[in-house]
Design a protein around this ligand. Structure first.
Ligand code: DLZ
Ligand code: SF4
Length: 509
């Protein structure tokens, strides 16, 4: 082979720009399962299984299309254990002259490849709509960025959901306020599609079971697409059965309903099994055909061309220094119950429980339950970021870090979002049925039975008053705090202190 093209486990797309640069007649594609990638955080076993199985299926599909693929399995003799190591090894074995690679999803790996002593030819990752450079031009040197501004630009650029004169369909850009309906009692999501466990996946599951049983998370519930065809089935199921209701209930949560009307396509999309342009086109078409309401179509497209591209842009603009930010100076380690779900807080037990079972929770569970708790409890950003990166099937640093460090923890001091998403138990009560079955009382803030979110919420606001008190978006809550009588404030502070002390003592709450 004259050249080697390295394809990473989250780059399983036939449209990768790398393939344009290579010649199937002479060049080779290299894919490698390596210890370093499987262990840099303790990934959920289903995440490792998904990536290995999808990689093996993709390698087969490339071969069928005429590519010469070198596929290194985790337990192959000679496997050096890292991607730079495998690239060096195969460059030498094949006496290859050039190494080609597509931009990585993680700064860590891109840096390791740049430092490995080979001269590499880099290709842009055109699976995203906004390149790193285009985002940097948009951001300029502004001290704060806002998703809404970026999102409108992306709508105009893509032409999605626009009138002929360029104004937004329906007259407003963002229908977020229509994405917050509470779930009517008893309404359930559609029956989820099931996916085949073929011989390849079965082999991978056995490998992961034997090698990564020390990682948190259940392997046997694995039921996720590992090929482009299966990912397309998951997507079609969403279009047919969920999208119409997705808009209304995007923020709702219910016991025993891990998916509700969410598409769960994020992992398939992030590893290359689905294409963002096609997803947006399908959703816009469903709206045009009057199959789904505008708040569903807009709400979905906003997540893809708005938030998703926005956080990726911020990641590449601000790394590596972004990962070190800690605006509140949080030091508290992550409570053990994040890894086990063993807590009496019903909302946390449900969210963590389904995460360990499925490697999945939807955006409000992540932002307003486990994320909100970490924010209120002052967990060290690095600790909570590592947790999200490990436990979710869709988590790669480019998407996980800005979402967790910036959006959830506000640890970037408001660069990504204008206010911390702190909330008391009342928000969770409004958006879910969790509180009705909880041993804590959501209507109480002090006393042993009181919902921990309540006092922790006020404690958070009190302890960060200097930093947050002047934020116009928090003016109302700070006024409420000020209008409380001193004894009430004192009682909330003490209950907050007690809860934090119990966390520090390793108690579960
Ligand atoms: C997440 C992951 C895992 C678990 N294993 C591999 C692997 O063995 N080989 C590989 O090429 N990629 C793997 N990945 C995905 C990489 O971690 C991912 O490509 C980088 O983190 C982001 O660029
Ligand atoms: Fe969560 Fe508090 Fe509701 Fe219990 S009462 S489910 S802890 S918000």
């Amino acid at each position: 082979a004259r050249r080697i093209g390295l394809v990473l486990g989250d780059q399983l797309s036939f449209d990768l720009s790398l393939f344009d640069a290579l010649d199937p007649g002479q060049d080779a594609v290299l894919m490698a399962e390596v210890e370093a990638e499987a262990r840099y955080v303790a990934h959920h076993p289903q995440k490792i299984a998904l990536i290995f199985s999808a990689m093996r299926h993709f390698a087969d599909a490339l071969r069928q299309r005429g590519w010469r693929v070198i596929y290194v399995r985790l337990d192959d003799a000679g496997n050096s254990g890292s991607l730079p190591g495998e690239l060096q090894r195969w460059m030498a074995i094949l006496a290859a002259r050039e190494a080609h690679i597509t931009e990585c999803g993680e700064w860590r790996l891109e840096q390791a490849l740049k430092d490995c002593g080979l001269s590499l030819t880099w290709h842009p990752d055109r699976r995203f709509l906004c390149s790193r450079e285009a985002f940097a031009r948009w951001a300029g040197d502004r001290a704060h960025l806002r998703m809404e501004h970026f999102y409108r630009g992306m709508r105009k650029r893509t032409g999605l959901l626009l009138e002929a004169d360029g104004s937004p369909l329906g007259g407003t850009w963002n229908l977020d306020a229509e994405n917050r309906k509470t779930l009517p009692r008893g309404l359930r999501g559609p029956f989820p599609p099931r996916f085949d466990i073929d011989a390849t996946t079965r082999e991978v599951l056995a490998l992961v079971r034997s090698r990564f049983s020390d990682h948190y998370g259940r392997l046997d519930a694995f039921d996720y697409p590992v090929t482009h065809v299966a990912a397309q089935q998951l997507w079609q199921h969403f279009l047919d059965f969920s999208l119409a209701a997705f808009g209304d209930y995007q923020d709702a949560m219910a016991s025993g309903e891990p998916f509700l009307f969410h598409a769960r396509i994020s992992a398939a999309l992030n590893i290359g099994l689905l294409d963002v342009r096609q997803l947006c086109a399908d959703v816009a078409a469903a709206y045009r055909r009057k199959r789904v309401p505008l708040n569903a179509a807009e709400g979905f497209i906003r997540q893809l061309i708005g938030w998703r591209e926005y956080v990726r842009g911020i990641y590449w603009l601000r790394m590596p220094e972004y990962a070190e930010l800690n605006a509140f100076g949080n030091q508290r380690p992550l409570p053990e119950f994040y890894w086990t779900g063993a807590t009496d807080m019903r909302c946390m037990a449900q969210t963590i429980g389904q995460t360990l079972e499925l490697g999945y929770a939807h955006h409000i569970q992540r932002l307003m339950v486990t994320g909100n708790f970490a924010l209120l409890a002052g967990i060290a950003p690095k600790a909570i970021c590592e947790w999200y990166l490990a436990v979710y099937l869709d988590a790669f640093d480019w998407v996980e870090l800005p979402n967790t460090l910036g959006m959830v923890m506000h640890a970037d001091g408001g660069y990504l979002g204008s206010k911390p998403y702190c909330a008391s138990g009342r928000y969770i009560q409004r958006m879910s049925d969790y509180c009705a079955q909880c041993r804590y009382r959501v209507g109480e803030a002090t006393g042993l039975q009181a919902c921990p979110f309540n006092a922790l919420y006020w404690h958070f606001l009190m302890r960060h008053r200097e930093r947050l008190g002047g934020n116009p978006r928090l003016a109302l809550v700070y006024r409420n705090l000020l209008n409380m009588d001193e004894a009430r404030r004192q009682a909330l502070w003490l209950r907050g202190e007690e809860l934090l002390a119990r966390l520090d003592a390793g108690e579960a709450l």
